[in-house]
Ligand binder design. Sequence first.
Ligand code: FE2
Ligand code: FE2
Length: 143
Amino acid sequence: MASRKPSAELLELLNQAIAREIQVSVQYMWQHVLWKGVKGYAVKDAFKTIAIAEMKHAEAIAERLSYLGGIPTTKPTPIFVGATLKEMIESDMKAEEEAISMYKKILLVARKEGDATTEYLFNKILSDEEEHHDLFTSLLEKD
Ligand SMILES: [Fe+2]
Ligand SMILES: [Fe+2]
């Protein structure tokens, strides 16, 4: 249990994180469905695998937010699927960069509030997002 009541800021950040996780889980899954061309064939499974990982992140953050007394949002931040593979992967890299910077901020706030469990959760999620970012970056380099 957190050593004291979580701040409104932390609860709001967790909800923003959930909105982003829902966004990318739909975004990557629809990219998995809508890929085209030979290069798309090579990455279609990666889109699906990462989409599922993002939905698991949404679940884990929602569990934490609910435990802390918040109500998890059902609304994603704007979803951008993209028309070409290059557009898809570029928007995904950007989404991962934004997640990485937001989750570093959440880590700082959780640490400041003595919330070790949220800190632990976001350390794990942050390391996944860095892997995703690395993967999308190398996919784009091959393009
Ligand atoms: Fe995620
Ligand atoms: Fe990710």
